[in-house]
Write a protein that binds this ligand. Structure first.
Ligand SMILES: [Zn+2]
Ligand SMILES: [Zn+2]
Length: 245
């Protein structure tokens, strides 16, 4: 494949905080316009638009990495990426069970819309997705690993981020990757948090609006586009090389 552009953190209309125009079809169209080769739709505590997104992307020059962003009981966000829909769904079943049964208030939090492969409304998620699950961050990481996924704490230096909430990265966390907000250079991050040098850093848009979708990483992908190969390549390259600021 050669050089590929990535944005692995985008919210669809299923996330109540995302704009109503963020249908999988519109996201894919925008990403292609921006020359992005690989995206992930990572909704809050749900995966119900991922299958449609994969179906919409079929035959187009864009790949979808199956993913989700889950909120732990410590109010920390964790991205989890999987090789296929089956593993993503196995993880999601646990997540859905661990999410309190509070009904979404559309007026207050926003719509939680599910679309079909034609990008048309088919249903609404009734359970409020903007909420913590009853799993600890450590449990979420272990569950992700159990289903063969890759766990990445989101925007660690921002609200709902690991470093912002805890002030450090617990040693027992079985993680290799960290997502940063990148409001400063990599050198400045290393100065402020020297322990970040032990991890592979990633950068994504965390888009909630179509105009926020931007390529954020560029890697040299010579092997097949699988989730494992993408992350293996990130591990091999230097952050300065693959992160687009
Ligand atoms: Zn988040
Ligand atoms: Zn997010």
């Amino acid at each position: 494949m050669g050089k590929v552009l990535l944005d692995l953190h985008i919210h669809s209309v299923l996330s109540p905080c995302a704009d109503i125009l963020m249908t999988p079809g519109n996201i894919i169209k925008k990403a292609i316009e921006k020359d992005i080769d690989i995206i992930s739709i990572t909704d809050h505590n749900s995966v119900k638009n991922v299958k449609s997104a994969i179906e919409i992307a079929a035959g187009k020059k864009i790949k979808i990495v199956p993913g989700i962003e889950v909120q732990s009981k410590e109010d920390i966000h964790l991205l989890s990426y999987f090789e296929n829909l089956k593993d993503l769904n196995s993880y999601y079943e646990k997540i859905y069970d661990g999410l309190s049964n509070i009904k979404n208030d559309e007026e207050k939090f926003g719509y939680q819309i599910i679309v079909d492969k034609n990008d048309q409304f088919i249903d609404k998620e009734e359970k409020l997705l903007m909420n913590s699950t009853n799993y600890s961050l450590n449990e979420l990481v272990n569950l992700t690993n159990k289903f063969n996924g890759i766990a990445v704490p989101s925007h660690v230096d921002r609200s709902f981020g690991l470093i912002k909430n805890l002030g450090f990265i617990p040693e027992e966390l079985d993680i290799k990757y960290i997502e940063l907000n990148f409001n400063k250079s990599i050198t400045e991050y290393y100065e402020q948090y020297p322990y970040l040098q032990d991890f592979n850093l990633i950068n994504n848009s965390d888009s909630h609006y179509l105009n926020q979708i931007e390529p954020k990483m560029k890697i040299n992908l010579t092997k097949k586009t699988t989730t494992k190969n993408i992350f293996k390549q990130i591990k091999q390259e230097k952050p300065k090389k693959y992160i687009i600021l």
